[in-house]
Design a protein around this ligand. Structure first.
Ligand code: GTP
Ligand code: MG
Length: 204
């Protein structure tokens, strides 16, 4: 897919901040620090559209990015519905945030995932170096059970040798047998075409 524009729209801390315009949405989900914001930037070939950081748990809101709209956000007519949204969800499983913050994550993300009708595709990220965590598997089962269209992206593949990577992909595939697992590196761009073709097929 050709990217003609990509703009940060807003951070939503509550449901009433979700965009009203009926565009389809592609959501990025995964443990804190797994590389969601980096994947989003890498897909868009933009260095810092989504903020990345070494501090896990940095993204605490649901962040909306408008992709391939006909007009810049500032000048778009209210009736314009062109383009689609990338939605960067806060990461889960970060032990150091407070209990109430963790509860907020669950509430906010689950509310978004279960209620958002225009959600076209969920991209679940797992770290290619590790076995999926119990929370990864819980989310994965939830997506499968609720029949949400989804793919799994195994991030940070540049940190493994090719034999280690194939071994890890088999392991992840065995834990998530219903899903397509795509190895990715935000550093090298490995996997970009494959992920884009999945997104394009969903939005077509
Ligand atoms: P939260 O917003 O806290 O949930 O994290 P996130 O999932 O958005 O992770 P983020 O993209 O901020 O990346 C976390 C760290 O991992 C950063 O230091 C990135 O540079 C690094 N990282 C992400 N993807 C890759 C990758 O493919 N390869 C390598 N080597 N590092 C990566
Ligand atoms: Mg992030």
């Amino acid at each position: 897919m050709k990217i003609t524009s990509a703009e940060f729209l807003k951070s939503a801390f509550e449901r009433r901040h979700w965009p009203l315009e009926a565009r389809r949405e592609v959501a990025f989900l995964g443990r804190s620090n797994v590389g969601k914001s980096s994947l989003l930037n890498s897909l868009l070939q933009r260095k810092a559209l989504a903020r990345t950081s070494n501090t896990p748990g940095r993204t605490q809101s649901i962040n909306f990015f408008l992709i391939n709209a006909k007009y810049p956000i500032a000048t778009a007519p209210a009736t314009d519905k062109s383009g689609f949204y990338f939605v960067d969800l806060p990461g889960y499983g970060y032990a150091k945030v407070s209990k109430s913050m963790r509860a907020d994550w669950g509430k906010m993300a689950e509310e978004y995932l279960s209620d958002r009708e225009r959600l076209a595709l969920c991209i679940q990220l797992v770290d290619s170096r590790h076995k999926p965590s119990p929370l990864d598997l819980q989310l994965h089962e939830w997506l499968t059970f609720n029949e949400k269209r989804h793919i799994v992206v195994a991030t940070k593949s540049d940190k493994l040798s090719s034999s280690e990577l194939s071994k890890q992909l088999r392991l992840i595939g065995a834990e998530m047998p219903e899903s397509k697992v795509i190895p990715y590196s935000s550093q090298t761009g490995k996997g970009r075409d494959v992920v884009w073709s999945e997104i394009a097929a969903t939005l077509a």
